[in-house]
Write a new protein. Structure first.
Length: 218
């Protein structure tokens, strides 16, 4: 990024909030995400992060009070981006199947280039303090509920088996969330073609779902 070489000891001269304060914070977050994705949150120290940013630990602490604050901001910004996209799609005046397909396209495009953010979100959540963790989990639950509602509208018979709705939504996210481990945006299949295939598999499967067996008691 253009401001990488400027994030150095010269900034010790002034401790007031600079006009590009948010840019510098974002730069630190991006470097932290790479470190946490490679070494894990516990394996990457603030000293490691300062070295990656070509600055000092004290300057890192000028922008973030603690290592956990960096982790939270990295996760929260990613979840907020996904949530904003999902909210816009949920408000669309279109069929539930079209909304779910649009959600797949939106999330797939957001995941491209964000593998480190997504890996950290999946693997490092429990290193957040409980109050911060609850914020992230609350945002995740709202995203899950959106898909639960769409799935129920696409396949109404699932409404008679509510215990199957969340598993259906989690299967959706299970398919989507691990694309960062294998999808190559420079490969022969485009983001949109993969999104269409995923939409066909999920929506087609829901629409042709056979009659669900009756719930059995153990």
């Amino acid at each position: 990024m253009a401001y990488e070489s400027r994030l150095g000891d010269t900034f010790y001269m002034a401790r007031t909030q600079a006009s590009d304060f948010n840019d510098r914070r974002e730069f630190i977050i991006e470097r932290a995400l790479q470190l946490y994705a490679e070494k894990g949150f516990l394996g990457a120290s603030v000293a490691d992060l300062a070295s990656a940013c070509k600055t000092s630990k004290s300057l890192i602490y000028h922008y973030f009070p603690s290592k956990e604050d960096i982790l939270f901001e990295a996760m929260d910004s990613h979840i907020k981006t996904l949530s904003n996209a999902a909210s816009g799609i949920a408000a669309m005046d279109t069929a539930p199947a079209d909304k779910l397909r649009a959600l797949i396209h939106a999330f797939m495009h957001l995941y491209v280039g964000a593998a480190a953010r997504h890996k950290v979100l999946i693997n490092e959540l429990y290193h957040l303090p409980p109050n911060r963790r609850d914020i992230i989990v609350g945002r995740q639950r709202r995203l899950i509920q959106l898909v639960v509602d769409l799935v129920a509208d696409i396949q109404p018979q699932l409404k008679t088996r509510p215990e199957m709705l969340r598993p259906a939504a989690m299967l959706f996210y299970g398919m989507l969330n691990w694309t960062h481990t294998w999808f190559d945006p420079k490969g022969p299949a485009s983001v949109d073609s993969i999104s269409e295939l995923m939409g066909d598999l999920i929506i087609g499967g829901l629409k042709t779902l056979p009659t669900l067996p009756k719930k059995t008691r153990r």
